[in-house]
Design a protein around this ligand. Structure first.
Ligand code: GLC
Length: 533
């Protein structure tokens, strides 16, 4: 099967997010890599996704696992080489899979040559102007901004000046008013597009520009809230839209060459969330993650509200919604829906898994694009009891342990076997340890069980391609309390029951697929199903 030939392939595509460190390790160092991904591309083809998104795989000291970029136009040596990357892209394309890269424009790494040059050149130098360096206020930082990962957003240098970092101190923020920065990133986009990349996920896309005066925030931020995503001087500045207009012109230039769009997908969080429609525009970003589904509890009414908001969003932007249930920054969906959390135990993981399966059928039936986070197709739970001395997420260290961070959703994937490393690597000493319980979640195990979540995803992806590709918008129907029912296209119905008791199956047609058996034609609690007339 070839990649879909339609230009706007991204509007209905299913993209699989690969967390590169944790997908597959080819060289036995316990860390995932590009050749590991290459070896597993047939797996993704068989699952039936359209595209993959690779989390940052650039050279990086890994203080934030690659979201601290030291060189935007090379590959992290632990992950491979540019040659490996080229082979990955070629082989993915050969299997009909598109490849999206993660671009990190808000900040780089303290090891980026321009930042090192800025440190060396000293106060007042032109090198410092590419970042936000300022003198302090006595011994205090230049303003009262706080970082997303805890602590002040400023780090002092040995010469007494401070630099701004909205994430860790190892991630200095770029000064987007500097023409070098603008030009450098446009070159980076072209570099990867020339290598055959099909689009970009844009990290912290509501960042980049800051109020040039860097004024204090009026409502000083409380330490307990930790992540300051509400700072109006640091996020969602109007100037950022000019950046995306320029990027869109580049993406469109490449699309015009072969008639296939190169989508730009924004990670717009914090105060940017309610402005998503301002970013997703025909002359800016193609897509932006629509967080409402991820943020929603497992509740029919909440899902209906989410769907209505999604419809409004699509109407305002002219682009279908980009649905997402999880990612590498969020507690895994099965654990979340079971009421579990890091530090607080697994919750009711059985109920959580049933709900995650049902929610997958909901997401995959909605009009628009869907992003699947690796392991969702294996019903992987969050690892909530990682030994504290194995925690690597800077959030844990920056908050002095008040937040355990995101390692629990980033554990290396289990492929086969009954003990670690479960086929992930040649060594059991993986960068994050895998629990023994992963034996029940291996790909091998899932593929041998027709009732597994893997088979559910695979069937859903096939049916979606066959029945929903051109099905158009959805229509919500009246539903029993606790249930959600909608129709699409010619005779497709999806129903979901989030209540405690079975409800009458709302549709008399033929069941196509269900997340659990439908005894006596009823739709049990924590179940979703698809029907055709
Ligand atoms: C985004 C990424 C997250 C990273 C942060 C800083 O939110 O998804 O993993 O830590 O940006 O780059």
């Amino acid at each position: 099967m070839n990649a879909p030939s339609n230009a706007a392939w991204w509007t209905e595509s299913v993209t699989y997010q690969i967390y590169v460190r944790s997908f597959a390790d080819s060289d036995g160092d316990g860390v995932g890599d590009l050749n590991g991904i290459r070896s597993r591309l047939p797996y993704l083809r068989e699952l039936g996704v359209d595209a993959v998104w690779l989390t940052p795989c650039y050279p990086s000291p890994q203080h934030d696992h690659g979201y601290d970029v030291a060189d935007y136009t090379d590959i992290e040596p632990a992950y491979g080489t540019l040659h490996d990357f080229d082979r990955l892209v070629a082989e993915a394309h050969g299997l009909g899979l598109r490849v999206l890269l993660d671009i990190v424009p808000n900040h780089c790494s303290v090891e980026h040559p321009w930042f090192r040059a800025a440190l060396a050149a000293g106060p007042g130098s032109p090198e410092r102007e590419r970042f936000h360096f300022r003198p302090g206020d006595g011994d205090d930082p230049p303003n009262n901004w706080r970082s997303m990962f805890g602590g002040p957003a400023w780090q002092r240098t040995p010469d007494g000046e401070w630099f701004l970092h909205l994430f860790t101190p190892e991630q200095p923020d770029w000064n987007w008013n500097h023409p070098d920065v603008v030009e450098m990133f446009e070159g980076v986009l072209r570099f990867w597009l020339d290598r055959g990349v099909d689009g970009f996920r844009i990290d912290a896309a509501q960042g980049l520009h800051k109020d040039p005066e860097l004024p204090d925030v009026a409502d000083p931020f409380e330490e307990e809230r930790i992540a300051d995503a509400t700072n109006v001087h640091a996020w969602n500045r109007p100037e950022v839209h000019e950046v995306y207009r320029a990027w869109r012109r580049i993406a469109d230039e490449y699309a015009a060459r072969d008639g296939s769009d190169r989508p730009l997908i924004g990670e717009i969080t914090g105060i940017g969330k309610r402005h998503l429609h301002e970013y997703v525009q025909p002359d800016q970003l193609h897509q932006g993650f629509f967080w409402d589904l991820l943020d929603s509890p497992f509740d029919a009414e909440a899902f209906a509200t989410t769907i209505r908001r999604g419809q409004e969003q699509a109407a305002r932007t002219g682009a279908p919604v980009t649905w997402v249930l999880g990612n590498h920054d969020t507690v895994r969906v099965a654990t979340r829906y079971g009421g579990g959390a890091p530090g607080a135990g697994p919750g009711d993981i059985e109920a959580g898994t049933a709900r995650a399966r049902a929610a997958a059928l909901l997401a995959l039936a909605l009009p628009g694009a869907v992003y699947i986070y690796q392991g969702e197709e294996l019903a992987l739970p969050e690892v909530v009891d990682l030994p504290l001395d194995r925690i690597t997420d800077p959030i844990y260290w920056r908050t002095e342990g008040r937040r355990l961070g995101r390692d629990g959703c980033r554990i290396p994937l289990p492929w086969n076997g009954t003990t670690a490393p479960f086929g992930f690597s040649g060594t059991p000493h993986t960068w994050l340890p895998q629990p023994l319980s992963f034996a029940r979640h291996t790909v091998e195990h899932a593929q041998s069980d027709p009732a597994s979540t893997w088979h559910l995803y695979r069937q859903a992806l096939r049916l979606r391609r066959d029945l929903l590709a051109d099905a158009g918008p959805l229509q919500l129907l009246p539903a029993p309390p606790g249930a959600l029912v909608f129709r699409r296209g010619h005779g497709f119905t999806c129903a979901l029951n989030t209540g405690d008791a079975p409800v009458d199956a709302p549709h008399p047609g033929t069941p196509l697929l269900s997340s659990a058996p439908l005894p006596d034609g009823k739709l049990p609690a924590d179940t979703a199903a698809w029907w055709t007339d």
